[in-house]
Ligand binder design. Structure first.
Ligand SMILES: Nc1nc2c(ncn2[C@@H]2O[C@H](COP(=O)(O)OP(=O)(O)O)[C@@H](O)[C@H]2O)c(=O)[nH]1
Ligand SMILES: [Mg+2]
Length: 441
């Protein structure tokens, strides 16, 4: 018999309603003692006072009873919807402790659900992603994974590995007899096709991880081009110091944005110029390093200086760059729509005119580069590592060096893929995974 646990499942702090979750064998006893009533009908809401062991009323709330196995954890579960105040929380904690329940550890509910076969690891992790999702693309991705997208994909890979393995084992088992023609060839073909599929998933530009951790966009340009003004416009606040004095921004300043549903980390940098002074020179070095690491770049030019274009800024333009022609308000004549073959957007960071066009262009760029499509993506380093390991095992596959060894390579590959959903040997990874959950989830 495992411990019966409880936790606040809703956010901490004062609130109209707080939801507590109980799970384990003592749940039914705890409910009848707390409510002083028979158990409510399963999965129906019952209104009731809750009492502590001295008979003092703790609160007047709602109770839901989910008997095993039809519950989130697969154990007996109850939910208590009480008023969200500190005194209620303390009184309830005392009453539950007196009944032999203990507070849950982070992720303990999900862990029990996994161990009881209620969901696999990718679904458990998708729930954590959904709870943490801040943008619409993150939410959609998490929901898709929760609905089993990644499970189906990896189980498909495993099934193909197992079938190739079956062909090899037939060869091993019937070594002395007539081996049906083509078994080895079939296994080899299957391994080649699968390797190509796995490689294709690895070569996705890390879009899954970008979606979880944010896309990096760097604003680059000459001193005084209006980079900091642009960042502040995008942030809707004064995040960076704007000054007519060149060389004001020395370090990298970051803001977080939601762009077309994608989480974006936008960085303002020091102006690109040959700096005499040491601190500014370090700023320029950091700006260039940031440009290197960025997923996208905004190259900002002072449109008031057209047709002249800053040489150092021109140099950073590549096919992951959008050009911004700032200070359109003081530009003479029409602005070019292409600079160095890259789309150019004219705007005024000072007045905000044209900002919408830039946001639209950026959104298009992000969609084009990182669009999710319908295939599940490898959103975590853990998934990527498992697929890489599977590919490695398959790259050793060579039945001409011995069928037994080749079969072992397939087994290792299947095991690596199986780790994604948690089908095999997961004990050691459980702690890591469930620890990033919040308590009560
Ligand atoms: N006329 C005009 N001035 C601007 C515009 N954007 C920025 N500035 C001015 O240009 C100067 C430098 O701006 P700042 O954002 O600090 O440039 P940075 O050095 O590239 O970060 C400041 O005096 C700004 O007020 C704009 O769109 N139009
Ligand atoms: Mg600046």
């Amino acid at each position: 018999m495992s411990d019966t646990i409880y936790a606040l499942a809703s956010a901490a702090g004062r609130a109209g309603v707080a939801v507590y979750r109980l799970s384990g064998d003592r749940t039914a006893a705890a409910l009848t003692v707390l409510t002083r009533k028979a158990l409510p009908r399963p999965r129906h809401v019952m209104r009731s006072h809750l009492f502590d062991q001295t008979g003092d009323a703790i609160d007047d709330g709602l109770v839901v009873w989910f008997p095993a196995p039809g519950s989130f954890t697969g154990e007996d579960v109850a939910e208590l919807h009480l008023h969200g105040g500190r005194a209620v929380a303390l009184a309830l904690a005392e009453a539950l402790a007196a009944l032999g329940l203990r507070p849950a550890e982070p992720g303990e509910f999900s862990r029990r659900a996994f161990l009881n076969g209620k969901m696999d690891l990718t679904k458990a992790e998708a729930i954590a992603d959904l709870v943490n999702a801040e943008t619409s693309a993150q939410r959609r991705q998490a929901l898709r994974q929760m609905d089993g997208g990644l499970t189906r994909l990896t189980e498909g890979w495993r099934a193909r590995l197992v079938s190739a393995l079956a062909h090899l084992e037939a060869v091993i088992d019937f070594a002395d007899e007539d081996i049906p023609d083509g078994l080895m060839e079939q296994a080899g073909d299957e391994v080649r096709a699968l390797t190509a599929d796995l490689r294709a998933h690895l070569a996705d530009g890390h879009r899954g991880e970008r979606l979880r951790d944010g896309l990096h966009i760097a604003i680059l340009g000459a001193p005084n081009a209006g980079k900091s003004s642009l960042l502040n416009r995008l942030a809707g606040r004064d995040a960076a110091i704007v000054s007519a004095q060149a060389g004001t921004t020395r370090d990298v300043i970051e803001i977080h944005l939601d762009l077309a549903g994608w989480p974006v980390v936008m960085a303002d940098t020091a102006g690109l110029r040959h700096a005499a002074e040491e601190i500014e020179a370090e700023g320029v070095r950091r700006a260039l390093a940031r440009a290197e690491a960025a997923d996208l770049k905004l190259a900002v030019f002072d449109a008031g200086l057209l047709p002249a274009l800053d040489a150092a800024t021109l140099e950073v333009i590549d096919d992951a760059t959008l050009v911004v022609l700032n200070k359109a308000d003081v530009a003479a004549g029409d602005l070019p729509t292409l600079v160095h073959d890259r789309p150019a957007v004219g705007l005024s960071a000072k007045s905000g005119a044209g900002l919408e066009d830039l946001i639209e262009a950026l959104g298009r760029e992000v969609e084009a580069r990182f669009a999710l499509g319908s295939a599940p993506v490898l959103t975590r380093a853990r998934y990527r590592a498992a697929v890489e390991e599977a590919v490695q095992a398959l790259s050793r596959f060579d039945p001409t060096c011995g069928v037994e060894l080749a079969a072992e390579d397939l087994r290792l590959s299947a095991r690596a893929v199986g780790r994604i959903t948690g089908r095999v040997e997961v004990d050691e990874v459980l702690d890591v995974i469930f620890h990033e959950f919040c308590i009560g989830k």
